[in-house]
Unconditional design. Structure first.
Length: 275
């Protein structure tokens, strides 16, 4: 059974998730739909893509991932939401055309992007994703249901093109013997996820002594000279550093809320210094 996932900022209080899932079930009854998250912070594009980036590798190849967050158009002539289609690592992604792709993919190997050139009718006032599912995105889903091996969306979707524009995150960089990264996401446990991946950190450290430095408001919990293998590797409510499920450095407090107690926030800097 082909698979769709949903990542949105709709929340669960309102009927929007039910409306979306109902439309998918009505239009594509042979597709299974799974939720990644509907609790993305409102309009937070970086958070939405980070959550999707973390989750999608655990789904089988061929999965179609739909992402939708509150749309903020910069085009006054055409304020209506539009979506791009991308095939990446064997998965399909439908994203709002707001420069999100660089947040999702490897910067050194950006995939090709497809856009829809025609006007999409808007019978579902205020719910553009439903319009697109009735139109261009529905066309793609139907085509994949008939031929899962296809590698591009059907016409009249445009041919795939390279597109390197968008919201590139600050890249991890080294300066004067210090490796600099940033906090990208705070999960519901208060754990902070960074853009420092394990391969980059290990290549920088290279078996030498090091310290991870944080701008914490807790002076006794603002540095660590080791990266643990799991959350409970330290005693008490102490600072723990570990690599998360997709290999990025995570900052946690054993059995406590690192975000609130350490005072760290998304986009705060994280530094690794060799001794």
């Amino acid at each position: 059974m082909p698979l769709l996932t949903l990542t949105t900022d709709y929340g669960l209080r309102d009927p929007y998730v039910a409306m979306l899932r109902g439309r998918l079930l009505s239009r594509f009854p042979h597709w299974r739909t799974e939720d990644i998250s509907h609790n993305i912070s409102k309009y937070d594009l970086v958070e939405a893509v980070y959550v999707l980036k973390t989750a999608f590798p655990f789904f089988p190849p061929g999965t179609v991932h739909l992402l939708d967050t509150g749309y903020r158009s910069k085009n006054q002539e055409n304020p209506w939401p539009s979506y791009i289609v991308v095939r990446y690592q064997g998965h399909w992604f439908a994203l709002p055309d707001q420069g999100l792709l660089p947040l999702l993919v490897d910067r050194d190997e950006p995939p090709l992007v497809q856009r829809y050139p025609l006007t999409v009718s808007r019978p579902n006032a205020g719910f553009a994703l439903l319009d697109w599912l009735d139109g261009p995105l529905g066309m793609l889903i139907q085509a994949l249901g008939q031929d899962p091996s296809r590698t591009k969306a059907p016409e009249p979707w445009q041919e795939p093109v390279s597109d390197t524009t968008g919201m590139w995150l600050d890249k991890v960089y080294e300066r004067d013997g210090v490796l600099y990264g940033r906090v990208l996401y705070a999960d519901s446990y208060g754990n902070l996820h960074t853009n420092l991946d394990q391969a980059t950190v290990e290549a920088f450290v290279s078996d030498r002594p090091f310290e991870v430095l944080l701008r914490s408001r807790q002076p006794h919990e603002n540095r660590s000279d080791r990266i643990q293998g799991y959350y409970h590797a330290v005693e008490g409510q102490r600072l723990t550093l570990l690599y998360n499920a997709i290999g990025y450095l995570e900052i946690a407090l054993n059995t406590n809320h690192a975000e609130s107690l350490l005072g760290l926030r998304v986009q705060d800097q994280v530094m690794i210094e060799r001794s």
